[in-house]
Design a protein around this ligand. Structure first.
Ligand SMILES: [Zn+2]
Length: 266
């Protein structure tokens, strides 16, 4: 079912497919800045992204806004970010000359949608938020059948060129924060993503569940209650009946990065 509202489009996606309790809703803003054909392509793309993300996390317990902005570039989505004060929003800068398939194959929308699975944690913990979204974008793309290789292989390939930064006596978070301030974003993101690679491995080993399942459960109990990283870590520990998230946090903030990340293999 698709409903139009005054200042955008409200989409109520079919919930029966996913056994959801509540209709999953999102608003598209800015579509009128594109031609009718481009609007159709862009809304198809957004619909696909939200549906595939919901296959992994289930429904988010809020209505999000997806803002479309025209931008000429050499890629379909050259820039995007999330706005978290009040309405949970994603601002997407798109070059609508690219085909629907180019948009679907682009990782950006899955990355930004993943950010919304956790509350805003503040600049100080950007490493955690970016590591999370970087990890999850490939989980969503894998579930959607868009990857030629496993997410595990992607994480290794992505970390590969940046390993030298983490052959360090500083902690992973100290290294990642410094890389962020220097604008070395991929290096910061893929080192930080390892927090979630390790959390996923340990969850499977200790409890036989995947991190994606835990994050789907997190939406129901805690997403709208937590406001700090400490609260998120505590919620995830409680939900999984482990202490692995606070343990991993200690490791990532206190141990030398060279002893935490797989960086010594040449
Ligand atoms: Zn991000």
């Amino acid at each position: 079912m698709r409903l139009s509202l005054c200042c955008g489009f409200l989409f109520l996606l079919p919930t029966l497919l996913f056994g959801a309790d509540l209709p999953r809703t999102y608003l598209v803003k800015g579509a009128e800045r594109f031609s009718p054909e481009q609007q159709q392509k862009l809304t198809q793309w957004l619909d696909f992204g939200v549906t595939q993300t919901a296959r992994v996390f289930g429904d988010y317990p809020f209505t999000m806004e997806l803002h479309l902005n025209p931008r000429q570039s050499r890629q379909p989505v050259p820039w995007a970010n999330t706005w978290r004060a009040g309405v949970q929003s994603i601002h997407l800068y798109v070059d609508s000359r690219f085909s629907l398939q180019h948009f679907i194959n682009d990782w950006t929308l899955y990355h930004e949608l993943s950010h919304l699975a956790l509350p805003y944690l503040g600049d100080r913990h950007a490493w955690f938020a970016e590591g999370f979204a970087s990890f999850m974008q490939y989980q969503i793309m894998h579930r959607a059948g868009l990857l030629q290789q496993s997410p595990a292989q992607w994480y290794m390939d992505k970390l590969g060129p940046h390993r030298r930064w983490y052959k360090s006596d500083y902690s992973v978070t100290e290294v990642a924060n410094r890389l962020l301030t220097q604008g070395k974003y991929p290096a910061a993101y893929w080192g930080s993503a390892w927090f979630f690679v390790m959390a996923d491995e340990q969850l499977v080993k200790q409890k036989g569940i995947r991190l994606t399942t835990l994050i789907a459960n997190y939406q129901h109990c805690c997403r709208l209650q937590d406001n700090t990283l400490k609260q998120v870590l505590t919620s995830l520990d409680t939900l999984s009946d482990t202490d692995l998230f606070t343990q991993l946090y200690q490791k990532f903030t206190q141990n030398p990065a060279r002893n935490v990340l797989p960086v010594s293999i040449d």
